[in-house]
Design a protein around this ligand. Structure first.
Ligand SMILES: Nc1ncnc2c1ncn2[C@@H]1O[C@H](COP(=O)(O)OP(=O)(O)OP(=O)(O)O)[C@@H](O)[C@H]1O
Length: 276
């Protein structure tokens, strides 16, 4: 599709974060700009501490306003999120924009079944009956290629492997078809087989539903397989942003060149050989 024809789903302009301390302010994020078009995957890369998670939390309005000064604009389908009241943001989070975290174990409450946690998300955002919500949950789990979804709903998080839990989390995130998914190191805690499965599912969601994905990763192998465009972060700044092939073949910034020493390890083509 012609880039000009794609609509901008997420537009970030001059997003800036400062940490307020007793002795002054510390900049965590210098003003950054980027946008996500429908069905586009933007990779956000950079070493540990470069500001990837701060960016993601700033987008989702999850930073503590008592200690963080957040400036700039974050527009989701034209609607300004920055400074939005918490109550209103709660209605958007999980429905229009969803987060997939690095460690799926942290996303679940251990004492509730998978089903209970699925239901809570669905019923917070929709008027569906319990039966309809259950059917939606089962369909979403089936789409993630998870076996015996009805049984899975009765299980507790600790009864599932990390890879399965991550796919359950993606199923929960995706069941309401959010326009944007922010995936913060979604495969880092997984073994290679599960990494490939999760990446394959994310790729499918983008193709099937036109979901736009901000994929945060320090793994350039993952980024090279998934992203259309890549933004490179260093010390709270985006130092280079380019189309994925251009970034890999003709890096402009010294820091990008250093990062590129990490060789891509994963291939979507290999995924066909991985079961599940
Ligand atoms: N709540 C906070 N209070 C103080 N400093 C913070 C806070 N959150 C992040 N920082 C600082 O902001 C900088 C960017 O951190 P961030 O977690 O965004 O990096 P990252 O690129 O996501 O790293 P990693 O890949 O390790 O997750 C770091 O110097 C970190 O110490």
């Amino acid at each position: 599709m012609d880039d000009g024809a794609k609509s901008k789903v997420l537009e970030v302009r001059g997003l800036q974060v400062k940490l307020q301390t007793g002795t002054g302010t510390v900049p965590l994020l210098e003003p950054i700009d980027f946008e996500l078009k429908k069905g586009q995957v933007l990779g956000l890369v950079g070493e540990s501490g470069s500001g990837k998670t701060v960016t993601c939390n700033a987008l989702l309005q999850l930073l503590d306003r008592q200690t963080m000064d957040v400036k700039g604009s974050v527009r989701l389908n034209g609607r300004e999120l920055n400074g939005m009241a918490a109550e209103e943001m709660r209605r958007i989070l999980g429905k229009d924009i969803a987060l997939i975290m690095q460690n799926p174990m942290n996303a679940f409450t251990p004492v509730y079944t998978i089903g209970a946690q699925f239901m809570e998300t669905i019923r917070t955002h929709t008027q569906l009956t319990t039966r309809q919500a259950r059917n939606l949950a089962i369909t979403a789990l089936e789409k993630m290629n998870l076996p015996e979804p009805a049984k899975l709903l009765k299980r507790y998080p600790f009864q599932l492997s990390g890879g399965m839990l991550q796919r359950v989390m993606i199923a929960i995130s995706m069941c309401l078809r959010p326009a944007v998914v922010i995936a913060d190191e979604p495969t880092t805690a997984l073994d290679v087989v599960n990494q490939l499965q999760v990446l394959r599912e994310l790729d499918r969601l983008r193709t099937e539903y036109g979901t736009s994905i901000l994929l945060i990763s320090h793994d350039l192998g993952v980024i090279s397989q998934m992203a259309d465009e890549v933004a490179v972060m260093q010390q709270g700044r985006i130092v280079e942003q380019a189309e994925v092939h251009r970034l890999f073949n003709q890096p402009q910034h010294e820091y990008t060149k250093i990062l590129l020493h990490a060789r891509p390890k994963l291939s979507l083509r290999d995924m066909n050989q991985v079961g599940g």
